[in-house]
Design a protein around this ligand. Structure first.
Ligand code: ADP
Ligand code: MG
Length: 257
């Protein structure tokens, strides 16, 4: 399973500091194509920072991350790694779609305009093709009838499903979710998790930061528990969630009983 081409994301010993505060203290992770990874951990443990490093929104201080064999934030020259120029970084970021806690839709644009913006403007996809792709994606997230709506006319759950469709619109190799249901009213959480589960079953490679243990049990191939900038333990969900080996993991999971 773990031959080179199966590995979509290879993170090695990733370190990141903000000033004197070391937030990531050597994170390593391999994500295989088609895998769903759930990252659990208390607030402030570095989960968002790690996702942002994968998406090149933050620059790591040491270690490396490769997505589909291409180094993020770095490039290889003569066997050595150098920080990539910003254009290279921007191009690499196009391989990764990200969904945030706050849906971050463009409020002055319709649903359709939100979905075609990046493919047309950033990736040069012809508008008609981008619109066809957007309609297909709106069907997948269950919002085929809302393409002319503005975000303010949608519920939070619908807005987040549009944000998921927008992340998919660039046809990314990898989807990152950073607490996608944390800002939603409880009754709207289920529809977003169901959409994510559907994407998992369609074979998308996903890294999901969430506190939804039920989603981790149902959808994750592997669960990582992070605390204080390190991976405390990782493994299949039944192992990490039902039979955690580390006291820190047990203590965290007790909150959800
Ligand atoms: P999590 O997502 O697990 O809650 P974060 O990655 O958001 O954790 O944050 C980890 C730590 O890094 C926290 O202590 C947070 O305050 C700090 N941090 C995050 N982003 C910044 C930043 N841009 N500047 C300074 N400190 C930051
Ligand atoms: Mg976070």
């Amino acid at each position: 399973m773990s031959t080179g081409t199966d590995v979509l994301v290879r993170a090695r010993d990733v370190h990141k500091s903000f000033g004197d505060l070391e937030v990531l203290k050597g994170i390593s992770m391999d994500v295989h194509r088609g895998e769903v990874i759930v990252i659990l951990g208390p607030s402030g443990s570095g989960k968002s920072t790690f996702l942002r490093c994968i998406n090149n929104l933050e620059t790591m201080h040491a270690g490396s991350i490769a997505v589909d064999g291409t180094y993020i934030g770095y490039e290889v020259k003569g066997g050595d790694l150098f920080r990539a120029r910003s254009k290279t970084a921007a191009r690499q970021r196009g391989q990764v779609g990200m969904v945030f806690q706050q849906f971050n839709l463009f409020p002055h644009m319709t649903v359709m305009e939100n979905l075609v913006e990046a493919p047309v403007v950033v990736h040069g996809v012809p508008r008609q093709e981008a619109e066809e792709r957007a309609r297909r994606l709106l069907g997948i997230v269950g919002l085929a009838d809302r393409e002319t709506s503005y975000p303010s006319q949608l519920s939070g759950g619908q807005q987040q499903r549009v944000a998921i469709a927008r992340a998919l619109a660039i046809e990314p190799k990898l989807l990152l979710f950073d607490e996608p249901t944390s800002a939603l009213d409880p009754e709207l959480v289920g529809e977003v998790l169901a959409t994510m589960q559907d994407l998992a079953e369609r074979g998308h490679t996903m890294i999901v930061v969430t506190h939804e243990i039920s989603f981790a049990k149902a959808a994750a191939d592997r669960v990582y528990f992070m605390d204080d900038g390190v991976v405390v333990e990782s493994g299949p969900p039944d192992q990490v969630l039902e039979n955690p080996q580390q006291e820190r993991t047990r203590e965290f999971l007790r909150r959800f009983l």
